[in-house]
Design a protein around this ligand. Sequence first.
Ligand code: ATP
Ligand code: MG
Length: 210
Amino acid sequence: ITIIRGYNQAIADGTITSPDEIEKYRIMINEETIRLERLIKELLDISRLQRSEQEELQEVPLGHITNTVVDMLSVRAKNRDIRLDRNIDENCTVEGNGDRLFQLVMIFGDNAMKYSPDSSSICFSLQRNANQEAVLSISDHGCGIPQSDIPYIWERFYKVDKSHSRNVPGTGLGLAIAREIIRLHKAKVEVQSTEGQGTTFAITFPKKIE
Ligand code: ATP
Ligand code: MG
């Protein structure tokens, strides 16, 4: 808000006069407005999720959803020479909310992309384990997360040390939203990470939500 107000003021009071500069400031105002809008939307989304319990359960085609997310990430991946591997049981379904599960896979996929170097690979897997529970895992070969930070990554606005994640943009709300979606689905999540080597998030869904 400070940036938006400051730049707007500079245009309004004539501090900035050249059309080129005005245009530059307008673009920055626009970008900050978009960021602010996204921030507010996500914060509202978290509080909505925190208040809600699982309403109507559907049989959700998680295999299909995961494939769709990987398809959507593939353009970004191609531009950075990142290979997206799949080990997805296309017919795997879970109980829950399809829109929320799409959002969940996208949050982990987006993080894997953001915290991976160019020319690395990311693997999306969805299979049933020995107990017939669906396990979704997203594995990257990125910067990894220090053990001491792992307990905090689910908190709102928490970001691992900036120098570590190369000033990667983002507000730090993705995993806070993911945590709520996981809770709603009575699923469990495990994180395995080694600094400099990579990270795996594995989400295990119950056979039936009681
Ligand atoms: P946003 O998701 O709001 O755009 P963000 O990605 O920074 O921002 P989260 O998704 O909540 O926020 O993740 C919190 C922090 O956890 C990240 O800032 C990053 O430091 C760390 N993190 C999450 N996923 C990974 C990963 N796959 N590899 C390395 N670090 C990760
Ligand atoms: Mg994120």
